[in-house]
Design a binder for this molecule. Structure first.
Ligand code: G1P
Length: 282
């Protein structure tokens, strides 16, 4: 069901190599790894759509053509299975293709998440937008994480990051925030640091792969210097907005699987299978 949203466009940075899944990702984009019968990026597109967005802007790179083909018709295949029981297995993806517009641009060099988001400017223009990192697979029975964030955007009208509490030993895998808790689980961010060591971390509240960003972020990204790992970090650009009190961190309702790691991917597969096995169309 489409809802009217103040945010109509979702950006998917999808140019990364997915080295943790080699050799599976040698010739296949990591965003196309399936959890049950759906590729990771399709879960993301469905989440964005249920948050009222109908334009999907995808930043791709070399070797990512399978993503474009996935969100397109496949005449030969569809002709072959027409009228058979298998046809219904394509119903969900057909619905997405009917309802959404997909646009693409390529990131030529991998210079970090901030750089990937800046590359997407050409597809976004001057409007607030959401970002989904497809390898963070988020599930929640009543309301998707992005829908929850859109509701919050209506109140705060500024950039929003989704956060969760992590084991303090894991801070060097995430952007980590600190701030004032202005409502239960909602913080006005005062500090954010990309992948700090546990000793340097300002808290154990980690950013996960869901963002709502105001378009001034592009101008900030244009002058953001390379940070952690020599890459242009969205966390550093957001820190500039945070200095003016313009970033909210939101403890989302639901569960997130880190499908960028083999552990998280297997966990997602097992748990979603347990939940959905009755509905799996065979
Ligand atoms: C990126 C961000 C990081 C964030 C994470 C969430 O890191 O740079 O701040 O916590 O996504 O998944 P990556 O996982 O791409 O290294």
């Amino acid at each position: 069901m489409q809802k009217k949203s103040p945010i109509s466009i979702c950006l998917f940075p999808a140019a990364g190599y997915g080295t943790r899944f080699l050799p599976a990702t040698k010739a296949m984009p990591k965003e196309m790894l399936p959890v049950l019968t759906k590729p990771l990026i399709q879960y993301g597109v469905e989440e964005a759509m249920s948050a009222g967005m109908n334009t999907m802007a995808i930043v791709t790179g070399r070797g990512k053509r399978a993503i474009e083909d996935h969100f397109d018709v496949s005449y030969e295949l569809e002709h072959q299975i027409q009228g058979t029981a298998k046809e219904k297995q394509l119903a969900d993806i057909r619905h997405l293709i009917d309802k959404c517009t997909f646009s693409y641009t390529r990131q030529i060099e991998m210079k970090g998440l901030g750089h990937a988001i800046l590359t997407g400017e050409t597809l976004i223009g001057n409007q607030p937008f959401s970002v989904i990192l497809a390898d963070d697979l988020c599930v929640n029975d009543e309301e998707g994480v992005l829908s929850q964030m859109v509701a919050l955007y209506k109140t705060y009208q500024c950039s929003i990051v989704a956060i969760e509490e992590i084991d303090p030993s894991q801070t060097d895998k995430y952007g980590v925030i600190a701030g004032d808790e202005i409502e239960p689980g909602i913080y006005r961010v005062s500090t954010m640091v990309e992948k700090p060591s546990p000793e340097d971390a300002p808290s154990n509240l980690a950013i996960i792969g869901r963002y709502i960003l105001t378009p001034d972020i592009f101008e900030i990204l244009r002058h953001t210097k390379p940070g952690k790992g020599g890459e242009i970090q969205i966390t550093d650009a957001l820190m500039e907005q945070a200095r003016e009190g313009k970033v909210i961190a939101y403890t989302f309702r639901g569960k997130r699987y880190d499908c960028g790691s083999v552990d998280g991917y297997v966990k997602a597969t097992v748990e979603l299978y347990e939940k959905d096995k009755q509905n799996l169309k065979s």
